[in-house]
Design a protein around this ligand. Structure first.
Ligand SMILES: Nc1nc2c(ncn2[C@@H]2O[C@H](COP(=O)(O)OP(=O)(O)OP(=O)(O)O)[C@@H](O)[C@H]2O)c(=O)[nH]1
Ligand SMILES: [Mg+2]
Length: 367
């Protein structure tokens, strides 16, 4: 199964049924009054966020969703039946935009959140409604209203507390596989990760957070280099970014600290190009692959100095696990201390039940 995080669809709600003009015709009542019933309402289209849905791929395959019309009214005061509404399931974190105006319409960011994306038309009125003292045999009736129709752009922005940011091969997937239940593909070539992986980090029996590993970014990503920078969208909702910097170079001719400084600067530049909001998020520097260095402290200090970095720094080896547990505990502590007051009630889609990754979900099994 492929991971798709964007789709454009068309939704057409059902038309309301028409009202009808009809008159009572009975044996001994030669001039019966009006008895034309109303049309039924057209079906509406709703969208609901469902934690069991992980990708928007279905919407790529079926971009048109049309709901049924209401039935027309009939004589003998019979009302047309309303058509049953349609509810489309989308992943938690789906943002719905009007594809033509680009206006954001809804943000379905919790399990069960629901939105009406196209309203069914009202049924028309039968002629029973038009009877009056001056018109006892009205022939008027109204037509059902058309259903709303819209083109929608669906964008999935995964929900994670923490995002991993780094150049290809920096060790992001190695780290998430070390500290969480995620088992992404890991390899010694760039762009191993092609879509986001989510993992749950359990730091104690009662506390955990969700971490997102995204594809690597390279210089020029904002102009489409590598896999581009669209995947940064998935970090939009995180509260903390971990910038993973690889301090090791297999080539002894290369000054690996220099290289790491250049790469880190290029990455931050791409972040800035993408959005100021993401650039301004709290970010920690995580220096990786220190198991390969003889004197990691000196090199790490040099890196921090040359980068001019003044924020928090963590020195780890994602491969051996050195420093990773401590990092995760600090992250948990930071998240606990930095909960926004209105966020406390808002439950994470993953918190209220044991989070068991679906083995078929590509975000948990990136191979
Ligand atoms: N020695 C050493 N190797 C590491 C460490 N972390 C990752 N690696 C290796 O670096 C290579 C790349 O690791 P990945 O975890 O796939 O890197 P990534 O950042 O997810 O890369 P992309 O998905 O391509 O962006 C793999 O061969 C890993 O085994 C580390 O701490 N020490
Ligand atoms: Mg990876």
């Amino acid at each position: 199964m492929k991971f798709i995080d964007e789709a454009t669809i068309q939704v057409v709600a059902g038309k309301g049924g028409n009202g009808v003009a009809s008159f009572r015709r009975e044996k001994f009542i030669p001039k019966g009054g009006p008895d034309g019933g109303d049309g039924g309402k057209g079906a509406s289209i709703h969208m609901v966020a469902d934690r069991n849905i992980n990708t928007l791929i279905e919407y790529r395959y079926s971009p048109l969703h049309r709901a049924k019309a209401g039935e027309n009214g009939r004589g003998r005061q019979q009302y047309g039946a309303g058509a049953p509404d349609i509810t489309l399931k989308v992943p938690v974190g789906t943002v719905i935009y009007d594809a033509d105006t680009n206006e954001q319409l809804f943000d379905l960011n919790t399990h069960g959140a629901k939105a009406t994306v196209a309203k069914g038309g009202k049924g028309g009125l039968g002629n029973i409604h038009f009877k009056s003292s001056v018109n006892r045999a009205p022939r008027q009736f109204t037509m059902g209203e058309p259903g709303e129709q819209r083109r929608l752009r669906l964008e999935l922005k995964v929900l994670a507390d923490v995002g991993l940011l780094g150049m290809p091969n920096a060790g992001k997937s190695t780290l998430i596989s070390k500290v969480s239940n995620a088992r992404p593909k890991i390899a010694d070539y760039p762009f191993t990760t092609l879509y986001p992986n989510l993992g749950v980090v359990e730091t104690s029996n009662s506390s955990s957070f969700v971490i997102a590993d995204i594809p690597g970014l390279i210089e020029g990503a904002s102009d489409g280099a590598g896999l581009g920078h669209k995947f940064l969208r998935h970090l939009a909702r995180t509260r903390l970014l971990l910038h993973i910097v690889d301090i090791y170079s297999p080539d002894p001719e290369i000054d690996s600290v220099n290289q790491a400084v250049e790469q880190a600067k290029a990455l931050v530049n791409e972040l800035k190009q993408y959005s100021n909001e993401l650039y301004s998020k709290p970010r920690w520097l995580v220096i990786n692959k220190t198991d390969m260095l003889e004197d990691p402290t000196t090199k790490c200090n040099r890196l921090v100095r040359e980068l001019g970095w003044e924020g928090p720094v963590y020195i780890i080896s994602a491969l051996t696990g050195a420093g990773t547990k401590e990092l995760m505990l600090k992250v948990q502590q930071w998240l606990n201390e930095n909960t926004l007051p209105n966020e406390e009630q808002e439950s994470s889609p993953y918190q209220d039940e044991q989070f068991v990754p679906d083995p078929d979900d590509p975000r948990f099994n990136n191979s």
